[in-house]
Design a protein around this ligand. Structure first.
Ligand code: SAT
Ligand code: MN
Length: 593
């Protein structure tokens, strides 16, 4: 399938070590994929769902101890610890290779090794990057077929180039104690062992398109970000693009596929999805930033997705989709918490155990997922495959914060915007193993995904700003403010469009704002509440006073936050943090004094 010597000799070296019974090169043809689906069905690895209800759809359960990314077992193995920085796990490359090679030796005996060529970005586009994943999992091959472009065409585009990203994945024994997700940025290499779950094993996604790509981007002068990309079409046909970084399971897919409120739809406003998770961003010839989505599908959180919250995501999953760790119904359909109010009875939960929806336990895992092809998405942007990407007007950061962060605020300028990104915080979710609901600092939503020292990453942001003659404006949003009773104070979902329109009005210089200690906050009247119908609780309807309450900057909360920001910055070698950010921190402290 290829004459690329670098590919051939690496595949030989890895398979000599892992010793699979068979080696199968994935050409990406429908016949080959169909045969793999049939084989995986015959072993129970996947289950064919009801083909009338869900044509081309399959169901998979992971091991119960293997349901999320494992940040504690994810490593960045740069030559020195300092290059990986204080927010990444690090081990010396030699030591780690030693450990891994022992675990990999003979681990594919009795299994098949699939050689999977894949492309991040449209094959042949000047910005596409290629990888080869070796895996002993058909589930991985089938998911990568949805999430990336795969097969012979990728090998053809690679030609003799030795500069591909090497990925070795083996399920081994799914042993948690020996589970490792390891990156060697200097070697263009990713090693994953003892897991079969999404972000740990679909190596094109977080491992390549964020951790390795962020490292490449710094060296090559571009950016790999944990961002959705969406376009807002105005009634006159003009489309403005926004990227937004939120941590995992904080609503990127929902925002990327948002349905505008009815009054805006009637006027002709539309939203177009370019990406829901990852953006590769470059400076265009005109001095603006351009973003592409290197993926080809959506690996979205199922629970909470329904015909009201995200009809576009739901529609995307109605064919050719793989469902992981949701509930399978008797009819061979799927169900999860928040899909509707009619949980199936007499079926098993995600673990495969008999489940009674009335006993209060969950049927689907909170991090259960759908893997759906982008082409299924009714609001997919016509620019989705544009190799140049789309021009960015605004960059939005955001987290899940019960308090402190207002609904929206704007940074004063680029450097302040980088600071705002660097102090992002969010409550943890089920997307990673560990406690849920704990506030942690998650700069640019990249804490688990930055392939090098976060201080150098901030410097890269500052440096990029200097290269952009037409800088996007930078904002922070928080859809998740709670009142004293734990009720959401903002309706979220489609109504987030009201905030996005204010953001774009600011970018166009159409509306003024109130300067506060932390940046610019909207005047409440400037966020259009027409037709908004939301009851926070009891008889408390959302109105302009409720809006004002989530736009105010509570100084005491911010003073508390300042201490936590300082503690976070304190983890770094002070010289690693750009002076511009120290200056912004000092300014914030002064403003709050
Ligand atoms: O890392 S995953 O790709 O499994 C999903 C996420 O956490 O964003
Ligand atoms: Mn993500």
């Amino acid at each position: 399938m290829t004459k690329n010597q670098a590919v051939l000799s690496w595949v030989k070296e890895m398979t000599d070590m892992t010793k699979p019974d068979r080696i199968v090169w994935i050409d990406g043809s429908e016949e080959q994929l169909e045969a793999l689906r049939a084989e995986a069905c015959s072993t129970g690895e996947i289950v064919k769902l009801n083909q009338e209800l869900l044509p081309g759809c399959y169901y998979h359960r992971t091991a119960v101890n293997d349901v999320a990314r494992v940040e504690g077992r994810t490593f960045i193995c740069t030559p020195t610890k300092e290059e990986a920085g204080p927010t990444n796990n690090w081990m010396a490359p030699d030591e780690m290779y030693d450990k891994l090679w022992k675990l990999y030796t003979g681990c594919m005996m009795g299994r098949t090794c699939y050689v999977l060529p894949y492309s991040m970005g449209p094959v042949g586009s000047p910005f596409a990057k290629y990888g080869i994943e070796l895996t002993d999992s058909i589930y991985v091959v089938l998911n990568m077929n949805i999430m990336t472009r795969i097969g012979q065409k990728v090998l053809d585009a690679m030609g003799d180039d030795p500069g591909f990203i090497k990925g070795l994945h083996a399920k081994a024994d799914l042993d948690e104690e020996n589970r490792y997700i390891v990156h060697f940025p200097q070697d263009n290499t990713i090693c994953s062992i003892n897991s079969g779950y999404g972000g740990n094993v679909l190596l094109g996604k977080k491992c390549f398109a964020l951790r390795i790509a962020s490292y490449l981007g710094r060296n090559e002068g571009w950016m790999a970000e944990h961002m959705l990309i969406l376009g807002i079409e105005y009634p006159d046909g003009d489309i403005k693009y926004i990227t937004a970084a939120f941590p995992s399971a904080c609503g990127k897919t929902n925002l990327a596929m948002l349905i505008p409120p009815e009054y805006l739809r009637k006027k002709g406003y539309k939203v177009w999805t370019v990406g829901d998770d990852i953006a590769w961003i470059r400076v265009g010839e005109d001095g603006r930033l351009y973003a592409v989505n290197p993926e080809n599908g959506f690996f979205g959180v199922a629970p909470g997705t329904n015909a009201k919250s995200n009809p576009n995501a739901l529609a995307s999953t109605r064919k050719d989709t793989i469902f992981t760790n949701v509930v399978m119904t008797k009819e061979g359909g799927v169900w999860w918490e928040g899909l509707d109010k009619n949980p199936p009875h007499g079926v098993n939960n995600w673990k495969g155990e008999p489940w009674d929806p009335d006993d209060g336990s969950k049927g689907a895992h909170p991090n259960s997922r759908f893997t759906a092809p982008a082409v299924n998405c009714p609001c997919l942007s016509s620019e989705f495959e544009n190799p140049k990407g789309v021009p960015i007007s605004a960059i939005v950061f955001g987290g899940r914060r019960a308090k402190t962060a207002p609904l929206v605020y704007q940074a004063r300028d680029w450097n302040h915007g980088v600071f705002v990104g660097s102090i992002m915080a969010s409550e943890t979710t089920a997307a990673a193993s560990g406690a849920v609901g704990v506030v942690r600092r998650d700069p640019m939503a990249m804490l688990p995904f930055c392939g090098y020292n976060m201080g150098d990453y901030w410097q890269h942001w500052i440096d990029m700003g200097k290269k952009i003659s037409q800088q996007p404006k930078i904002f922070n949003v928080n859809w998740f403010r709670l009142n004293e009773n734990g009720k959401f104070m903002w309706p979220g979902f489609g109504d987030n469009m009201r905030v996005l329109l204010w953001i774009l009005d600011r970018c166009a210089g159409k509306v003024d704002a109130v300067e506060t200690e932390i940046g610019y906050v909207p005047k409440a009247e400037d966020i259009d509440l027409e037709g908004l119908d939301y009851t926070i609780e009891g008889d408390q309807k959302f109105d302009i006073d409720a809006l004002k309450s989530i736009l105010t900057v509570e100084k005491d909360w911010w003073k508390e936050d300042l201490e936590s920001i300082k503690a976070f910055y304190g983890k770094f070698d002070p010289k690693k943090i750009p002076q511009e950010l120290w200056d912004e921190l000092a300014k914030l402290e002064k403003n709050l004094a």
